[in-house]
Design a protein. Structure first.
Lengths: 81, 207
């Protein structure tokens, strides 16, 4: 039985499961078939991938010097105890 | 962390300051971010993270390595943070996910699509997304907008997206640290990524 075609509005809700490899094979095929013929959704998926990639280039926060010092003090206290 | 976990544990137990500081630098910012899901202020989240390290030191001789060190540290954090949340009278962070009546925000605003009654193209793009210009994407200002969009997320979504996409944790590590089901981890990640993409799109369209 052929499943009904996905709409673009449905596809955008499946994008995370799709890029995470979490879709069952049948659903995955539906997404891929839709992407074969839909420029808008191909661009959308590409934007999602770029968003993830750019997030990976952000710098992670540093520990504040005060917090680090306080923890180091605690560590020294623990060591002698 | 270049050393293996066993070497790191030996160093910590032997009182090696360098090993401890390296561990703190690796995990402290994430501990604060995760704590922020449970408690009402940044200052309290910082306290919870500090308290977590004391729990780590006090428990390290008993740590048997049945889970990874990372998972163990985040479990300690979750316990401390939950106790605080209860004391503050707050509901626990993932309770809203269990509410069947809750209708989630769409990944893309409904008015971007043709009506579901449209004779030919129901639910198809009314306004298609346009490819992003590569040079604008790599600009420092875009990076700042991205960071701002992540910062503006609700605390649970922010924690999941930051651990997964900024820090590169696996979904399993995030699930273990946040005590989330696989499905809920993906639901939160989906909402977070969708909002961040939309924020970038709206910025890049004007740029």
């Amino acid at each position: 039985m052929e499943l009904e075609q996905l709409s673009c509005q449905e596809l955008v809700e499946l994008v995370t499961d799709f890029v995470e490899g979490a879709l069952p094979a049948e659903e995955r095929d539906r997404v891929e078939r839709h992407l074969d013929t839909c420029q808008g959704c191909r661009t959308y998926v590409e934007q999602m991938r770029r968003t993830i990639e750019l997030s990976g280039h952000l710098t992670v926060d540093d520990v504040s010097p005060e917090a680090e010092l306080a923890l180091l003090e605690a560590f020294r206290g623990w060591r002698v105890s | 962390m270049a050393a293996t976990e066993a070497e790191l544990l030996d160093a910590l137990r032997a009182g090696d300051e360098g090993a401890f500081v390296a561990l703190v630098r690796d995990y402290h910012p994430s501990l604060v971010r995760v704590a922020r899901m449970y408690v009402s202020s940044q200052a309290t989240a910082e306290e919870v993270a500090q308290e977590t390290w004391l729990g780590v030191l006090n428990g390290i001789d008993r740590f048997e390595g049945r889970s990874s060190l990372k998972t163990w540290i985040f479990r300690i954090l979750a316990n401390i943070a939950k106790t605080r949340a209860v004391r503050e009278g707050r509901t626990l962070p993932f309770s809203a996910l269990e509410d069947p009546a809750r209708v989630p925000d769409p990944a893309v605003a409904a008015d971007r699509f043709l009506d579901s009654e449209h004779p030919r193209w129901p639910g198809h793009w009314a306004v298609k997304p346009a490819p992003w210009p590569e040079d604008a994407l790599l600009a420092a200002e875009t990076r700042k907008r991205l960071a701002d969009a992540i910062e503006a997320l609700p605390a649970t979504q922010r924690a999941v997206l930051t651990l997964r996409d900024v820090e590169g944790w696996s979904s399993e590590e995030v699930r273990n640290a946040l005590e989330l089901s696989e499905t809920n981890q993906r639901v939160l990640l989906h909402r977070a990524r969708s909002k961040v993409r939309a924020a970038l799109e709206s910025y890049l369209e004007q740029a």
